[in-house]
Design a protein around this ligand. Sequence first.
Ligand code: ADP
Length: 578
Amino acid sequence: MKKILALFTVLCLLCCGAMAEGMPADGTYEAEAQGFGGPVSVSLTVEGGAITAVSIKGDAETPGLGGVAVEQMDEQILSAQTPNVDGIAGATVTSTAVVKAATEALTAAGADIAAMDANRKDAAADAEREQKTLETDVVIVGAGGAGMSAAITVHEAGKSVIILEKMAYVGGNTTKATGGMNAAETHYQAESGIEDSVDQFVEDTMKGGKNLNNPDLVRAMAANSAAAIDWLDTIGAPLPKVSFSGGATNARIHAPADGSGVGGYLVAAFSAKLSELGIEPMLNTKATELLRAEDGTVCGVRAEAPDAVYEIHAKSVILASGGFGANEEMYCQYRPDLRGTVTTNAPGATGDGIVMAQAVGADLVDIEQIQLHPTVEQTTSMLITEGVRGDGAILVNQEGKRFINEMETRDVVSAAELQQEGCYAYVVFDQRLRDGLKAIEKYVNNGLTVQADTPEELAKLIGCDPETFAKTLSDWNGYVAAKNDPDFGRATGMEEDLSVPPYYAIKIAPGIHHTMGGVKIDTLTHVIDTDGNVIPNLYACGEVTGGVHGGNRIGGNAVADIVVFGRIAGQQAAENVK
Ligand code: ADP
């Protein structure tokens, strides 16, 4: 639709011969700017006073995020007839690179961008929004991992399904999951001779969650996890690589064979499966309200898109809209102490499903339980992967001293950082570590690192006392050689010391990572009201719900949660269709 509007705008401009003010002379102009993963180049053709073609290239941008900006911003520029466009929410770095490159290309050709802005044509904004009514068996709010698992399952059960996604792209926070999926008693474990049990999975999850978790939900997740792994095999998303991860007694985390991040991998596989089944998520379509019949029962959702307002009538509604880690107002309502904390969350994680569910009487559980990630760069909210510490980096405070075993759990390291002067710290590593970890190139390319040839020079750059900092580093290198950390008892991630120049530091502090609380559900994903009763026709799964993770989510359980409960929600919602 947008593409048609963009072309329509261009045709109108050309037909009426309107030479827009500020446009450069006819020609094709090109420039490049630094994106998230590498250079982004933009080429624009100007003919008869209008931008008639835009081509954007950025092969290194993240598929599903920056990649969406590369694919879709040509339409925005064509529609607006200026490079100053909004870009794609959640892909700020790539969007900014596109705007910058396009602006530079046109300015160099003599354009007056301010005059072009003044002429802005936003065809979509001019369009009247149509009122539309749709009918389906099941409507799903949110196309992250939980929503897409549910949608495929509803289709497998032979029922019709509509899936809504308010962003321009699917995937939500799921895309950001890097580790894998916890599952016990799987065929992959058996094939590798790994002994594990559902009981042990339950025990580890309860312990990790400080026993605040709902034990019935934890058991449902663990008991259905092996079947979920089998199901992923059948839909072309196998997770065969099994290893240990924090908080698990046995090797239980299942990851893609090629070592790629589990979230991006699953989102790509789910999207491909949905396309194969003929189910296209309705993008840029935000659910705003649950519809209720005259007797008060839930019977669909109201949703808004740029060109239409929908009433979608359905027998069952599944909320799979994720958490609220990107909604500062909402998390401060439950945790005022977190005001001003940056977030690692996708921009769609604004708690809409929680608010919609509450409006029909749903109860909430553990809503104040919010997980902080300890290593988040604060100006970009970019998460510095745990792999950096796992490969041997240390954390130092502004005094240039270590203050914690860097391999402690996220909540412990975050709390320790908040005790330091200024509530921040630095992740410190060397060239050897950079050479071995691909993720670091992204941090360097985005200007997050400072570097120097000696520890003393690095200390000066970050404002630490050079002698103290250099002693911290040489003490640490001694501990690595002795395989003993007498200061904080670190025992892992110390295979290699930090002695190959240049040395690097990234300033970090805790950031909001996962909202463990949410809508109350039972083991069949029915939403439960404040009197403890099932709300008919309403289901919820994934990060929108509470109770599975208790007071702390352990790595690998977010993906287990979304696939297991996404499938249960899909089955239940389909069965509910008479
Ligand atoms: P989960 O891990 O539970 O699947 P995600 O964060 O991965 O959660 O996915 C949730 C998805 O729901 C995101 O893509 C988000 O943009 C989308 N979403 C959130 N609120 C709405 C809404 N009101 N309407 C449609 N989609 C929504």
